[in-house]
Design a protein around this ligand. Structure first.
Ligand code: SF4
Length: 269
């Protein structure tokens, strides 16, 4: 059955572009990034603070990888977004998947509920969700149209946010729905060991096979921290800390990788 766009919901975007995924299980692959506006968390290490508020405009890349952005007004309709995604599909075969990122994409769940079945049918591309991992109810709404979820597990000592109960429920929803998920944990020199153990045990209780990425924090530039008082002072862990913490996680988990933000090393978006 051909899915059709009903345009019942709109969304506020920040940008759409083609780029190399720099983090997690899809690292190194080519994705169409749809970056949604608005986030309800305020992580100290956030490098996307410009997405926190609803923006009046968004920028849309016209040719994959050329950064030839054109500005459009928000909110955008589903037909508009579908057209911009299809514009990215030339040349065919370039992209491995579509990344829903933000901001917090799950704050747009009603929009995605209508949009995802259509964009999947039109492009044939898998859908990858990047999320703070704290909105299980909204995840349920779009779960059937997702192929992979990368969820943050936010350690209070590094992020300043406390989402333990929501993270636990989120992982349960993934498990119950048979949805492939991996977990990303940002670590800094100030990471609290008890929190790291709590995170490890929370994931292991769902499944010791869930891949976990320990991601050393990338210190924020002043322009990225939006005047926040924490981000510029977060320092990446020492080589000794990284080795010790990976070992600690591997006592209960089968797949624990340490991967920094590779797109920043390569000066990619
Ligand atoms: S959840 Fe993501 S976008 Fe939101 S504040 Fe945290 S790092 Fe930034």
């Amino acid at each position: 059955m051909t899915e059709t766009i009903k345009n019942l919901a709109t969304a506020r975007l920040i940008e759409l572009f083609s780029a190399i995924q720099g983090e997690g299980l899809n690292v190194g692959t080519r994705q169409i990034f749809i970056r949604f506006a608005i986030c309800d968390l305020r992580c100290h290490f956030c490098d996307s603070a410009h997405t926190w508020q609803p923006s009046d405009t968004c920028r849309i890349e016209q040719t994959p990888g050329k950064r030839d952005f054109v500005t459009y007004a928000n909110p955008v309709t589903q037909s508009q977004l579908l057209g911009w995604v299809e514009q990215q599909m030339l040349p065919p075969g370039l992209h491995d998947s579509i990344s829903l990122t933000g901001g917090e994409p799950l704050l747009h769940a009603p929009f995605l509920q209508e949009f995802l079945p259509v964009v999947k049918e039109k492009t044939g591309l898998p859908i990858y969700l990047e999320t703070g991992g704290h909105r299980p109810q909204q995840l349920r709404m779009i779960l059937k149209d997702l192929d992979l979820v990368g969820m943050d597990l936010k350690l209070p000592s590094v992020s300043g946010e406390n989402c333990w109960a929501a993270h636990e429920e989120f992982l349960q929803v993934c498990g119950d729905g048979g949805l492939e998920v991996f977990v990303k944990i940002i670590i800094s020199q100030d990471t609290n060991l008890d929190e790291l153990i709590q995170a490890r045990d929370l994931v292991a209780a769902q499944s010791p096979m869930i891949p976990v990425f320990l991601q050393p924090v990338t210190p924020l530039k002043p322009s990225e921290s939006m005047g926040g008082k924490h981000g510029e002072h977060l320092l990446p862990p020492t080589p000794e800390q990284v080795l010790e913490w990976q070992g600690l996680m591997k006592r209960e988990l089968k797949q624990v990788r340490v991967v920094a933000q590779t797109h920043k090393m390569m000066n990619q978006l």
